[in-house]
Design a protein around this ligand. Structure first.
Ligand code: SAM
Ligand code: SF4
Length: 365
């Protein structure tokens, strides 16, 4: 049993109650309207939950999935009601931000029902942000309703502006559909951020143009390093472009001024002086970003992963289904957070299998 209440620095912006600052205590039911966040054994407040609502996708991005993916049987997935219930437990325990992801979240049937249900936490003030990460293929259809429900920002993954390259990377996507989705989101008043995976020899020389395009439309952009998650056909070392190298290349085009801005995640930001826009670098392989980690990830089958790069997880589906009372699942969440590891140990090298057998589409990117 770990007691963190005494003298460890707890990174949280709200007052911690004795209950949530002490691990191993039984959970006695609902807490006050704005509870102190759950705090892990390293003093990190867990305020951010990412939820993968499906492992399925209408694309097969070469770095993410294999061409012939074996998807989970539908019966293994949490229902939308169960996802809503679980999210409610986290919100009740101080999570302030929910990100819906996948797979492709907007291809899950009736997904807007979940957004509708979760938006009540925005209305009550329990949640600061409800957002999603999407490949953009369905955004044109859903953007107006998402905006109505209070979604203010969305991350759209887009690795190239070249239609042929886009088809080659995603294996089945249509660039024009994604661009229309981005436009629809912007027209609905949703702020779009573009996430691009930096791919050696694929988009590396296109990055300056993509940055000019994104910033020209007032969209921030973030570059992501390829992570060794899940088996794919090729070898990821062929795709791996260290962002330190990408950044050196960009510095020949732009003046990059580091910003202090942090999100509790693996991104570091610079201002691109020539465009006035913001550029993020997500470098889990070359930098240790774990000390400020504020997040955990829920899979579509109800596994809670405490760290993107570690295998330890907690099954929340069993306690959720065992009782209509939230007590058991609440306790399972508390027990899981008490096991959150200090950090990950990704290494990208020619060794196989992948460092983590889970595809990003299962854990949620
Ligand atoms: N389908 C949605 C999308 O593409 O935005 C959401 C899920 S996707 C798994 C989330 C993010 O993870 C995307 O930006 C994608 O580029 C990124 N991603 C997927 N596999 C990755 C990998 N092996 N390494 C780094 N990023 C990866
Ligand atoms: Fe689908 Fe997103 Fe993975 Fe691409 S990165 S295959 S869009 S889940």
């Amino acid at each position: 049993m770990l007691d963190l209440s005494a003298d460890k620095a707890i990174r949280t912006d709200s007052e911690s109650s004795p209950e949530t600052r002490m691990w191993g205590v039984r959970d006695d039911g609902p807490v006050a309207a704005r509870p102190a966040p759950l705090v892990d054994p390293f003093g990190r407040a867990i305020t951010y939950l990412r939820i993968s609502v499906t492992d399925r996708c209408d694309f097969r991005c070469a770095y993410c999935m294999s061409e012939e993916m074996q998807f989970l049987p539908k019966r293994d997935l949490l229902s939308l009601e169960e996802l809503d219930r679980l999210c409610g437990v986290f919100v009740e325990r101080g999570v302030r931000k929910l990100r819906i992801t996948g797979g492709e979240p907007l291809v899950r049937r009736d997904i807007m029902q979940l957004f509708r249900r979760l938006s009540r936490h925005l209305g009550s003030g329990a949640l600061d942000e409800l957002t999603l990460t999407t490949n953009g293929s369905q955004l044109a259809r859903f953007a107006p309703e998402l905006a109505d429900l209070g979604i203010r920002r969305v991350n759209v993954s887009l690795d190239t502006l070249d239609p042929q390259k886009f088809k080659a990377i995603t294996r089945r996507g249509d660039l024009s559909v994604v661009l229309a989705g981005i436009e629809a989101a912007r027209n609905a008043g949703i702020k779009v951020k573009i996430n691009a995976v930096a791919l050696k020899g694929v988009n590396e020389h296109e990055l300056p143009d993509m940055i000019r395009w994104a910033h020209g439309l007032d969209m921030d952009m973030t570059l992501i390093e390829v992570m060794p998650l899940g088996e794919i056909e090729g070898d990821r070392t062929d795709q791996f472009l260290p962002l330190s190298v990408a950044r050196e290349g960009l510095a020949e085009h732009f003046t990059l001024t580091p910003l202090a801005h942090r999100t509790g995640g693996p991104a570091r930001y610079v201002k691109v002086e020539e465009t006035g826009g913001q550029l993020g670098f997500i470098t889990p392989l070359t930098h240790n970003f774990c000390e400020g980690c504020n997040r955990v990830r829920l899979t579509c089958t109800g596994q809670l992963y405490l760290c993107l790069g570690q295998e330890d997880s907690a099954d929340l589906r069993a306690p959720l289904r065992a009782s209509s009372d939230d007590g058991p699942v609440r306790q399972a969440v508390i027990d899981a957070i008490a096991r959150k590891p200090k950090g990950h140990d990704f290494v990208i090298e020619r060794a196989r299998p992948a460092a983590s057998p889970r595809h990003m589409s299962v854990t949620g990117g």
